[in-house]
Structure formats: C-alpha cells, structure tokens
Design a protein around this ligand. Structure first.
Ligand code: GLN
Length: 472
C-alpha cells in the first residue's frame, strides 16, 4: 500500500480499493517485517482488526467518523484504558491505564484505530530514545543512527510506514527533533491547546501532545479533532476551536526572522547550516521577507529549560513510590526503605539524575538562586520572543543543530546531548506552536529538519506556511 496520508488512505477506501481491515493488516505486516526498529512496545493485533471490521460496517452505513481508516500509534506516556502504559520505565512495568487520555479518546470517537504503544525515552527525558527500558528505537533511514527523542518510536512508526499517524509529546522538542531526525512532519501546538488529561506528566508547564504525520494537512486535521477545552484539565484553553483546513495555493507571503546567534552557533554542523541557508534563500526567492535578528538570550535557553523541567519532574515523579503504581521492591523492611529501593530499582539513571537535580534546585537553600531565577529568565525569554513575533510571522531555525547522530555517540557527553535541544526549547519555554518541516541533506541523504515557530494559537497559519515552505 504505497498510500501514506490520511486523504490517500480514505480515497482508497472510498473508491472501494481497500477497507479498514486491509489497511490494518497492511500495517501489522509492516510492523512484523520491521521489528528490528523497536518502534512498538506493544501491538494490539486482534483488537485493531476487530475494530477495523466495526468501522468498515460504519463506512458501509455512511456513519463513519472523520478518521475512519486512519491507524494510529501512541507514545508510551499516553493513557489508553485497560492497555499498558509504562513511560518507557521499569517503574511502571505491568501497569495498565485506568482511563483514556482526552486526546486519544477524541481520535477514537472519530473512528481512528489505535494499533499499539510506541517506544520512547524514559518519562520522555532524552533526545535519542536511548534511555528507554526497552532499548533504543532505530532510525529507519540508517539503523546505526538514533531516531531522536524522546518520541523516537512515534517518529519511526510514521517514517517506516508502520501506522498512518502517531501521537508523541513535546516538553522541550520531543516531537519536533525526532521528526527532524526521521524526515516526517512533527507538530507541537500552543501549550494548553490540547488537553493534557491522561498524559503522564514530565514537566507540566511545558508538556504538550503533538503529532507525527506524512503531511501538514494531516497535522491540521488531527489538531482540529484533538483541540479544545477539557473539564479534566484546568490548564486547557477555552480559546475558540476552529477549522484548520489548509488552502492549496499560497495566497500571501510572510515575514520570517532567523536568529543570528543560531546561525553562528558553534554547535551547528556545516551540513545543517547548508540545508538551513538553502531554505532561507528559497523563501526569499519566493517573495517572503527573511531577516536576520539578534536574540542575545540564546545562551540562557537551555539552563532555564533544564532547571525548570527538572524541578517540575522531581515533583511530578514523586508519585511513583512503590506503593500506588507499578514496581515495588521485594526487600523493604520499612516504608522509607520501600520508597528508596522501589525508586532506585525502578527508575533508570537519566531519570534519577533529573529527579536529584530538580530536588536540588527546589531545596530551601537554592530555591531563589536557581528555581526563582529560572522563572524570571523564562519570563524575559517569553517577552522577548513575543516581541519578535509582533514584527514577524515566524521565527525560523534548524530543528536540531546536527544530523541524526550514531547510537551511543552522545551517551558519554551529556552536555552534548542537552545541547541538541538548543533550538527547540525556545517555543517550549514560551508555550508557542512550533513545527518541524522535513528536509534532508542532498549529499548524505540524511534528514535535516527546519523549524518554524509562530504566534500563540496561530496554528493554522503555521501549518499553512510550513506546507508552502516544504514545497519550495
Ligand atoms: N530532549 C529534551 C529533554 O530531554 C526534551 C524532552 C521532551 O520534549 N520530552 O528534556
């Protein structure tokens, strides 16, 4: 089945050239053939086929929803009632969701078929999918390379044609960076646009559910379905729900800013710089106004992000205590030892490190020096970024400073790993919608993503522009 986008699949079904059952079986055999990629943690084989049969009946009766025929994989941090959720961690092994995430439920209500659970970095902490307790997911373009993270399984599932679209989460780039590394569309909406109910929290003031798709139109459709206020998430936005349908022809040109500090950054690889500069030239040739601007807060982005997210994580992850969820140590003589042993045995090293860092920055003696200061820095970064977006439609940067790196390459140098998030964390700190547009390096053939970030709640324009930019 060469068709890849939602529209292509639905057209096949409409013309009678396929039905949901065939579509699901096609993906199941692709998943089987490409098991070595380690994208899926669990596949709901029989259940997905049963559901496909039900939806085929609905199609015949003319009662099918907007996502009939669409097969979805979900990241292992999203709740799906009675199905396992482990956050890529040993601490939740064997745990099953007690309810379904609002975003997932909305897809199901439109007749999407959930085919399985996708691998990810433990508790979404990582940039390479190497911190997962299930082992790394491999990049389908080159199996020696990482797919990015933390939603690496979600990116590879779409890249390798194992499902039509997938859900990931983006706290500091975990949708956009793996999408960039796998050459697919990766979209993070404005913070609060999609309910976080049923998303296992990493850093609650950053966490967003995002999508991996084969085109911008699919991202727009999924957003239209998942967006909206939710009584179960008090931070979800009440701003008006709109139709995100994209126009086919570009009717306007845009004002786009790129950051001088990003282009001149010492960590930016020459290959990525070339692809990025090439994109800027094409944008200009097509009549868009492309300008260099200064953003002297760039060096503060990563420290601010890592102080605030570790602080929030240390608090959020305190619930995994060996009593209420998942793993419980067998050898505990008293409650305190039970907590300590369960957490020591259940969490991997990256998560333990972040919990300790977060606890440190929140501790009484250091609270003002680190946590409060980082909150102030976040405000400055947001104000300055919004000022830029008053003058420009979008900020454009490479999605990541390098091409997908080799497995193991950055494990010994954590700073190099964290540096990979330099361009994605700005939108996360500011709660802005941001999109990875898939490109690649013509010489090496390796994926290189270009990221555009837009004004709050202006997702439609962002997806619209991204779609045009990808075709230049
Ligand atoms: N790589 C970043 C981190 O490790 C982003 C993770 C994410 O967005 N979930 O924190």
């Amino acid at each position: 089945m060469p068709s890849k986008t939602i529209k292509e699949i639905q057209d096949l079904i409409l013309k009678g050239n396929a039905n949901c059952e065939n579509v699901v079986k096609h993906y199941l055999s692709s998943i089987n053939e490409q098991k070595h990629l380690n994208a899926f943690i669990e596949v709901f084989e029989e259940e997905a086929i049963e559901r496909a049969k039900e939806i085929d009946l609905k199609i015949n009766e003319g009662k099918a929803g907007k996502l009939a025929g669409v097969v979805v994989g979900i990241k292992d941090v999203l709740c799906y009632k009675d199905h396992s959720i482990t956050c890529g961690s040993g601490i939740l092994k064997g745990f099953k969701s007690l309810y379904t995430a609002t975003a997932v439920q909305k897809l199901i209500d439109e007749d999407a078929i959930i085919i399985g659970i996708l691998n990810c970095d433990e508790f979404a902490m990582g940039s390479s999918n190497e911190t997962s307790v299930y082992g790394p997911t491999l990049n389908a373009i080159d199996n020696k390379r990482v797919p990015g993270g933390s939603s690496g399984g979600s990116a590879v599932a779409v890249q390798a044609g194992l499902c039509t679209v997938s859900l990931g989460t983006d706290t500091g780039g975990s949708v956009r960076q793996p999408a960039g590394f796998c050459k697919v569309w990766g979209f993070k909406p404005t913070y609060s646009r999609i309910s976080r109910y049923g998303l296992a929290s990493y850093a609650s003031s950053f966490d967003c559910i995002g999508t991996f798709t084969n085109c911008a139109e699919d991202a727009a459709l999924l957003l239209e379905i998942m967006a909206g206020e939710d009584d179960k998430d008090s931070t979800s936005s009440s701003s008006k729900k709109e139709s995100y349908e994209l126009e086919e022809e570009q009717s306007k040109t845009y004002k786009v800013a790129y950051l001088a500090e990003a282009l001149n950054h010492e960590g930016l690889s020459p290959q990525v710089r070339n692809v990025f500069q090439d994109t800027l030239s094409k944008l200009e040739e097509a009549g868009n106004q492309v300008e260099e601007i200064e953003f002297d807060l760039l060096p503060y982005l990563l420290p601010t992000y890592y102080i605030l997210t570790t602080a929030e994580a240390s608090s959020n992850l305190s619930r995994y205590d060996g009593v209420r969820f998942g793993h419980r140590s067998d050898h505990a003589e008293n409650p305190e030892i039970l907590y300590k042993k369960s957490r020591t045995e259940g969490f991997g090293p990256e998560v333990q490190k972040r919990i300790m860092l977060g606890t440190f920055v929140l501790s009484a003696d250091y609270f003002d020096a680190y946590y409060v200061k980082a909150l102030k820095a976040r405000k400055l970064i947001r104000n300055k970024t919004l000022e830029i977006l008053k003058k420009y439609d979008f900020i454009i940067t490479p999605t990541a400073p390098t091409e997908p790196f080799k497995l193991g390459e950055k494990n010994k140098d954590q700073m190099a790993m964290y540096l990979g998030d330099i361009f994605t964390v700005q939108a996360s700190l500011c709660g802005l919608p941001s999109l990875n547009i898939p490109f690649s390096n013509k010489d090496s053939g390796l994926p290189v993503g270009v990221q555009i970030t837009g004004k709050p709640f202006n997702e439609k324009e962002l997806l619209q522009a991204g779609n045009f930019f990808s075709k230049l």
